[in-house]
Write a protein that binds this ligand. Structure first.
Ligand code: ADE
Length: 239
């Protein structure tokens, strides 16, 4: 997977993503990260890339042309019209299904906006997906791009070791994962659930499944409702 990130702040992306599991995946060649500074494509002698909004109002708008040129420089290298994600609070909220689908691409262009946003005309020409990382407003798209790179990379073959890929499976089958414990057996007078010390794998599996259901009901009841609706829709189809 090759990520091509169009941004005004490449150092933010590079510092954030060249560590830990993703740093290792970059060094081992499973993913690559190329940042393009949109400012390098400014036609303005002061390297300005933003201007006042037509119609008035607060804030500045990123101009279409530097964004387009930055995009073209990347698209030319890829050799075809690439899947291009614009990170914006106006996008579809990212979820695990979208993450897994994006991981099937060979190249992903991620466009990060700033100020009040980007001139809509260039977005209409280049963007294939509008994606938000949650219903709140960030100062720019970079953190969104980093979240997306992290989540998608987990599904790129080779990025996670076997052990790592069985970790953090917090959203399997629309259920949150069961709680985890390690030594010591008692900590702050709290004991590890007895069944986990029993060595009885069937019982442990049953306990974990139930703990998953309870945790999901307590913390994310919306996931259970979704699962229930999907299962009802399937049953209706079968009838
Ligand atoms: N840029 C600003 N806010 C954002 C959000 N919530 N998700 C993605 N990109 C953004």
């Amino acid at each position: 997977m090759k990520y091509h990130i169009l941004t005004l702040f490449p150092e933010m992306i590079e510092q954030g993503l060249h560590t830990s599991i993703l740093g290792r995946a970059i060094n081992n060649g499973y993913i690559s990260l190329e940042t393009t500074n949109i400012r390098d494509f400014s036609a303005n002698k002061f390297n300005r890339v933003d201007d006042y909004p037509y119609g008035g109002g607060a804030g500045m708008v990123m101009e279409a042309e530097p964004v387009f040129r930055a995009y073209q420089s990347v698209a030319e290298k890829i050799g075809k019209k690439p899947r291009t994600v614009y990170l914006t609070p106006q996008g579809k909220v990212l979820n695990q299904t979208m993450v897994e689908e994006l991981a099937l691409e060979d190249d992903l262009v991620l466009l990060c906006g700033h100020y009040e946003g980007i001139d809509d005309r260039v977005l209409q020409e280049v963007v294939t997906d509008y994606i938000s990382i949650g219903d709140y407003v960030l100062t720019g798209g970079e953190l969104g791009a980093m979240v997306l790179v992290d989540a998608v990379s987990r599904f790129v073959p080779g990025v996670l070791s076997n052990e790592e890929s069985s970790q953090f499976e917090s959203l399997q089958d629309n259920l949150l994962e069961y709680p985890h414990y390690t030594r010591p057996e008692t900590w702050h007078e709290k004991k590890v659930p007895e069944v986990l010390l029993s060595g009885d794998h069937k019982k442990i599996e049953a306990w974990r499944h139930e703990a998953s259901l309870v945790r999901t009901a307590e913390r994310r009841p919306d996931l259970l409702e979704n699962a229930f609706q999907i299962s009802c829709a399937c049953n209706e189809k079968e009838e």
